[in-house]
Design a protein around this ligand. Structure first.
Ligand code: 5AD
Ligand code: SF4
Length: 470
């Protein structure tokens, strides 16, 4: 794709600012509230912060309270059926809110509705949805909302999904010390189970100067953690007029002044390079944590998944990482019961978990996605076999995670404090550089700050401690 066609023009962005002004004028002085409900990955959360930014610019106050809301926007995910059903169910519930408050506006956007069949579903079965737009139309939300308001007609917009880059939109950040920065959008890999390339378009990288400016501004505002986002960050820069690698971008980001930690996700094993690992090893600003989706521990399955690497190549990368950074925390994604997965293939995945000893895994039962090649594979796995394997895999990893967590007892860890624990309001909770969850008692002022915590005991997924006396 030609770069000039990918990057949305300054004039078009200015036009959207005009629409934001027009909506603001239309709504008048009265206080209005907007709620953005997000499903799915961090990229979706980052998109929601831009949607909230535009709504804020239009005069809406951002709220979490659906009863207060005058506008509700549901940002959906399509990666598994479960995520789709959740978004549809919540949209269904908002119907009752609209019955009570006729003026309530309901919009739906994101990956799920970027599929034609879902758009049609919403159009016909959810008549109370006022507007819908796909991922490629995010930047035009002000225009779509304005048109809905003045024409009093439902608006449905799916553009072709080769995708684009829209710079200069306002961002409403939901967290005051942790920020997302998208560095690229889309995916070219077409793993045979995955819907992402169809709903988020082709890979396209943001201009490095735009990214650096955003990072500089965040560092100046005192953000403690910056997570670089992309479906496949290791492909960063290939499509730029002056190509650069992800490792080179990371190096430049690390040169930005300020005390912040850099994280990134997601990496594809076929594109992760030694150059990247070397840059990580040399830069203390980069968290010693690597998320490297394996998906399966069987080369036969990997090939059917169109992943383009073998377990041997994957292990080479892991070994190199550990050679350069012995304490690195590794996490992964696994799909269980991909079509045709035999007991032996599955054993191969368990074997990889034992060999790599991940700190944590994110595992999913394969979900059939309409339009993807794997959906037509004839050898779909019986759901009872799938759930049995899933349980065995969780048990295998639990043992590893529990053992790894136990090793931290007696150590003092630096924790970025995120807030009060959801399960125990007397405790603060936060994460270490290696993404370990830590609960401890401490004063509220520590929220958003780093704290040194002495670990006293561990469970499978969390550590418990007390403030260290330094
Ligand atoms: N079924 C189950 N899991 C999936 N993922 C992507 N597509 C599917 C699917 N069809 C998982 C992969 C990916 C993560 C984000 O979601 O493990 O890495
Ligand atoms: Fe989906 Fe594969 Fe692209 Fe990840 S790399 S978004 S799993 S197609």
């Amino acid at each position: 794709m030609e770069r000039s066609k990918v990057v949305i023009s300054k004039e078009q962005i200015a036009l959207q600012y005009e629409y934001m002004g027009k909506v603001r004028a239309l709504l008048g002085q009265e206080e209005r509230y907007a709620l953005v409900r997000t499903y799915g990955c961090q990229q979706n959360e980052a998109d929601s912060e831009r949607l909230a930014g535009m709504l804020h610019e239009m005069g809406y106050s951002i709220t979490e309270d659906e009863k207060k809301a005058d506008l509700i926007l549901v940002n959906t995910c399509a990666v598994r059926e479960h995520a789709e059903l959740k978004a549809l169910s919540i949209t269904g519930q908002f119907k009752h809110l609209k019955e009570k408050k006729k003026s309530l506006l309901i919009g739906i956007c994101g990956c799920m509705v970027s599929q034609e069949h879902r758009k049609e579903d919403i159009k016909h079965k959810y008549p109370y949805v006022d507007f819908l737009f796909g991922t490629a139309m995010l930047y035009r939300m002000p225009e779509i909302l304005y048109t809905r308001l003045v024409k009093q007609k439902r608006q449905f917009f799916l553009d072709d999904n080769s995708g684009n880059i829209a710079e200069g939109l306002p961002v409403y950040r939901m967290n005051e010390f942790k920020a997302w920065v998208s560095i690229m959008y889309g995916c070219n890999n077409f793993c045979s189970y995955c819907v992402v390339p169809y709903v988020r378009g082709r890979e396209r990288s943001r201009d490095p100067e735009e990214i650096l400016q955003e990072v500089k501004a965040l560092a100046e505002q005192g953000y403690k953690e910056i997570t670089l986002l992309g479906q496949n960050v290791n492909s960063y820069g290939k499509d730029l007029e002056e190509p650069m690698t992800f490792a080179q971008l990371l190096e430049r980001i690390c040169q930005v002044e300020g005390e912040f930690t850099v994280r990134f996700m997601t990496s594809h094993p076929k594109d992760a390079t030694r150059e990247l690992i070397d840059v990580m090893a040399q830069n203390p600003k980069i968290a010693r944590a690597f998320h490297l989706p394996l998906q399966s521990g069987s080369n036969r399955v990997l090939q059917r998944m169109n992943r383009k690497y073998t377990t041997e190549r994957y292990l080479e990368l892991v070994d190199y990482m550990r050679e350069k950074m012995p304490d690195i925390a590794l996490t992964t994604d696994i799909i269980v019961a991909f079509p045709g997965e035999s007991e032996e293939d599955f054993e191969g995945t368990l074997e990889m978990l034992r060999r790599v000893e991940y700190d944590n895994i994110y595992s999913f039962i394969y979900s059939k996605r309409k339009g993807t090649p794997a959906a037509d594979y004839p050898d779909q796995i019986d759901p009872s076999v799938a759930s049995d394997r899933f349980a065995r895999m969780i048990a295998c990893q639990q043992e590893i995670s529990a053992r790894k967590n136990k090793d931290y007892t007696g150590e003092v860890l630096q924790v970025l404090v995120e807030g009060y624990s959801k399960t125990d309001k007397t405790k603060l909770t936060g994460r270490t550089e290696k993404n370990r969850l830590v609960h401890f008692e401490g004063p509220e002022e520590l929220i958003g700050q780093h704290a040194a915590v002495l670990i006293k005991r561990s469970e499978t997924y969390a550590l418990f401690g007390e403030l260290a006396q330094l």
